[in-house]
Design a protein around this ligand. Structure first.
Ligand SMILES: Nc1ncnc2c1ncn2[C@@H]1O[C@H](COP(=O)(O)OP(=O)(O)OP(=O)(O)O)[C@@H](O)[C@H]1O
Ligand SMILES: O=P(O)(O)OC[C@H]1O[C@H](OP(=O)(O)OP(=O)(O)O)[C@H](O)[C@@H]1O
Ligand SMILES: O=C(O)c1cccnc1
Ligand SMILES: [Mg+2]
Length: 561
C-alpha cells in the first residue's frame, strides 16, 4: 500500500490533505451506473444543478446500539484529488455506449470537487442510525459519481472500527489488544484497513508491518509454531555463550544453564509431578530465541503440551536469563482452554517468584490467541482468566459476525427542493432536506441523551431550553429534552469555494483518543452486549411536520374499485 502515484501528480497534496492511502482510490472507483447517470444529467443540461446527498446507515451492527464512524480522512483525500486523467476519460468513453457525445468527455476533463462542499461528523465519533454522517453538496453529476467511493470508504472502516470497539469493551481497559488479522483479511487493502481502523477503535497495536509504517501504529509480535518446531535438539545449538545484561560476565554455556534450571524445576514442588521430560525441539527453540533476544524473550508454549512441556521449558529459559540479569517478557497460548491454562501458568509464575525470589516473575505477560471473538472473551471473563494480552485476527478483521454496515447515500435536496425516497419498509424512507444534527447531553453534560436532526435554517437547540424530540416516522414516539450541553455534530471538512473554514484532519492517535472518550461517555445501558437500550435519533417538530407533508405530497393516492 505505497502512497498513490495519483491520478495527476501536479495535484499532489491537493488542498493540503495528501493523496489517498490506496492508489486504487480514484474517480474510477465507482459503479458504471454513476457514469451513465452523469451522462444523462449532462445530456439533460441538469448536471450543474445543486444537489444535497446524505450518507448514513440504517441499523447498528453486531446486534449493538452504537457504531464508530471511520473512513472520513480517506473520503476527503478522494475529494481533494478528484480529477480524471486522459487515460481514465478514454476508458470511460470505451465503456459507455458509442452514442455518447464528445462534449461529455470535455466536461469530465474539467471536473473536480472545487464546487463540492462536504460536512461530516468527526472521525472516531460514536454515531447512530439515520443521523447523516456526511452531507455532500455540489453539482449533481459530480456528487452522484462520489456515491460509490464514499460509501465504500466508510462502510468497512466504520464496521471494523465498531468491531474493534466492541472487543475493547468486552476485554476491559486494562488489557492489551493486538490485531493479528493480516493473513486472514480480505486481501491487502482489507488487511491494512483493518489494522488502521482497529487501532482507531481501541486496539493497542498490530502485527501488520505495512500498517505500522503507513500510519505509525505500534507494532507487536511473538513467534510461531513453525519456529518452535523447526529446531531439533539443544545439542545442535552451536553458539551457546551469552553476555550478562550488565556486560560484566559471559555465560559460556547458556544451554547447560537452562538445563540445570529445568532439572531443578523438575525436582521442585512447584512443577513437581506435572512433567517428566519436556520436548527437546521446543527447548532448543526457546533457548535459541533467548540467545537472539535476551532482553525480549517470549515463548509460544502450546506446540506440544502447555503444562508438560511449554511452561517448564519457558520457565527454565526465563530463570537462566534471570541469572544473567534479563527479564523474560511472556508467553503466548494459542490453543486449549485459555482460562484454565492462563490461571495455571500464572500460579506457577507466582510460585517461582516466591520460591526463587525472582521479582515480578509472577507478573510475566500471558498472551492468548486462537479464534477469539466477543463471545469467547466474554466466556473467559466469566470463568476467570489471567490473560494480559489478547491477539485477535479472523473474527475481528473479517467482521465475521456481520459482513457489512448498510451505509447509503441518498438525495435529500436538489435546487433547494427537498426530496424524499418512499418505501413500504418505513426504515428505508429517507429524511428529506438539508439538515443540521445536534447531540443533546444530560445532567452535568455527561451522557448524551439523544441526537436531534433539524432543518438547516432552524435555530439550534439551546442549553436549558425544552425541546421536543420526535421519532421521524412514529407519531406517538416523542419526548421533551432540556439539554445541559448541545453539540453540533456535522462540521465543514471540505468547503469547496464557499469560503468557510475547513475542519482540521486529526492524526490517527488523536482520533483514537477521541473515540475512546466518546465511548466512555455513553450511558452503560446503551453499550451492554445483551439487549442494549437503543439510543434515539430524533427529528425536530418542524422537520417531522415537513417529512410528513412531503410524504403525503409524493405518495400516489390509491383508488378502491
Ligand atoms: N475457557 C474457554 N472458554 C470458552 N472458549 C474458549 C476457552 N478457551 C478457548 N476457547 C475458545 O475455544 C475455541 C477452541 O478451539 P478448538 O477446540 O477448535 O481448538 P484449539 O484449542 O485452538 O486447539 P487446536 O489449535 O489444537 O485445534 C477457540 O475459539 C478458543 O478461542
Ligand atoms: O486465531 P485468529 O484470531 O485468526 O488469530 C490469528 C491466528 O494466526 C496465527 O495462527 P496460524 O496462522 O499459525 O494458524 P493456527 O493457529 O490457526 O493453526 C496465530 O497463532 C493466531 O492463532
Ligand atoms: O505475533 C504474533 O504472535 C502473531 C502474528 C500474527 C498472527 N498470529 C500471531
Ligand atoms: Mg493460531
Amino acid at each position: 500500500m505505497a502512497a498513490a502515484n495519483g491520478p495527476n501528480k501536479e495535484n499532489k497534496r491537493a488542498g493540503g490533505v495528501g493523496l489517498p492511502s490506496n492508489p486504487m482510490v480514484t474517480p474510477l472507483l465507482t459503479d458504471l451506473y454513476q457514469f451513465t447517470m452523469a451522462y444523462a444529467y449532462w445530456k439533460a443540461g441538469k448536471h450543474q444543478e445543486r444537489a444535497v446527498f446524505d450518507l448514513y446507515f440504517r441499523r447498528n451492527p453486531f446486534g449493538g446500539e452504537y457504531t464508530v464512524f471511520a473512513g472520513l480522512e480517506e473520503c476527503i483525500k478522494l475529494i481533494a484529488n478528484f480529477r480524471f486523467t486522459e487515460d481514465d476519460i478514454s476508458f470511460i468513453g470505451s465503456s459507455l455506449p458509442p452514442s455518447c457525445e464528445a462534449g461529455f468527455f470535455d466536461y469530465l476533463r474539467n471536473t473536480d470537487c472545487s464546487d463540492v462542499e462536504l460536512y461530516a461528523i468527526s472521525e472516531g465519533f460514536v454515531v447512530f442510525p439515520k443521523v447523516p454522517l456526511v452531507r455532500v453538496e455540489g453539482p449533481v453529476a459530480v456528487v452522484q459519481l462520489l456515491e460509490t467511493p464514499l460509501v465504500n470508504l466508510i462502510n468497512y472502516a466504520s464496521l471494523v472500527a465498531t468491531n474493534a470497539a466492541r472487543h475493547r469493551f468486552v476485554v476491559g481497559k486494562s488489557k492489551l489488544l493486538v490485531e493479528y488479522g493480516l493473513r486472514r483479511a480480505q486481501g491487502p487493502d482489507g488487511g491494512v484497513g483493518a489494522s488502521k481502523y482497529c487501532y482507531m477503535g481501541g486496539f493497542d497495536a498490530t502485527s501488520n508491518v505495512t500498517a505500522g509504517k503507513l500510519y505509525g501504529i505500534p507494532l507487536r509480535g511473538t513467534l510461531s509454531h513453525a519456529f518452535v518446531s523447526s529446531f531439533l535438539s539443544p545439542d545442535d545449538i552451536s553458539v551457546k555463550s551469552l553476555l550478562s545484561n550488565d556486560g560484566s560476565n559471559v555465560c559460556q554455556n547458556f544451554v547447560s544453564l537452562t538445563q540445570e534450571w529445568l532439572s531443578k524445576l523438575k525436582h521442585s514442588h512447584i512443577l513437581g509431578g506435572i512433567f517428566g521430560d519436556t520436548n527437546r525441539s521446543e527447548l532448543a527453540a526457546f533457548i535459541s530465541y533467548a540467545l537472539a533476544f535476551p532482553k525480549n524473550f517470549m515463548a509460544l508454549v502450546d506446540t506440544y503440551d502447555v503444562m508438560k512441556s511449554g511452561i517448564p521449558n519457558f520457565c527454565a529459559v526465563a530463570l537462566a536469563l534471570n541469572d544473567l540479569g534479563y527479564k523474560a517478557l511472556g508467553i503466548r497460548l494459542d490453543s486449549g482452554d485459555l482460562a484454565y491454562l492462563s490461571c495455571k501458568s500464572r500460579k506457577i509464575f507466582r510460585a517461582i517468584e516466591r520460591e526463587y525470589r525472582v521479582p515480578n516473575f509472577g507478573k510475566i505477560t500471558i498472551s492468548a490467541s486462537s479464534d477469539l471473538n466477543e463471545e469467547t472473551i466474554d466466556a473467559l471473563n466469566k470463568q476467570g482468566h489471567e490473560v494480559d494480552l489478547f491477539g485477535i485476527g479472523t473474527h475481528l478483521v473479517t467482521c465475521y459476525a456481520q459482513p457489512a454496515l448498510g451505509v447509503v447515500f441518498k438525495l435529500v435536496e436538489i435546487n433547494n427542493q427537498p426530496r424524499i425516497k418512499l418505501s413500504e419498509d418505513i426504515s428505508k424512507v429517507s429524511i428529506p432536506c438539508k439538515k443540521r444534527c445536534y447531540r443533546l447531553y444530560g445532567k452535568e453534560g455527561c451522557h448524551p441523551l439523544v441526537d436531534i436532526i433539524t432543518r438547516e435554517n432552524e435555530p439550534p437547540p439551546k442549553v436549558g431550553e425544552r425541546i421536543l424530540c420526535r421519532h421521524p416516522f412514529t407519531e406517538s414516539k416523542r419526548a421533551y429534552v432540556v439539554p445541559q450541553r448541545v453539540e453540533e455534530l456535522m462540521k465543514c471538512f471540505w468547503p469547496g469555494r464557499s469560503g468557510k473554514d475547513r475542519e482540521e484532519l486529526l492524526p490517527i492517535k488523536q482520533i483514537r483518543e477521541q473515540c475512546m472518550k466518546q465511548l466512555e461517555q455513553m450511558r452503560p445501558d446503551h453499550m451492554r452486549r445483551l439487549n442494549p437500550t437503543p439510543y434515539k435519533a430524533t427529528v425536530s417538530a418542524k422537520l417531522y411536520d415537513f417529512i410528513h407533508s412531503l410524504w403525503l405530497n409524493e405518495a400516489p393516492v390509491g383508488e378502491l374499485r
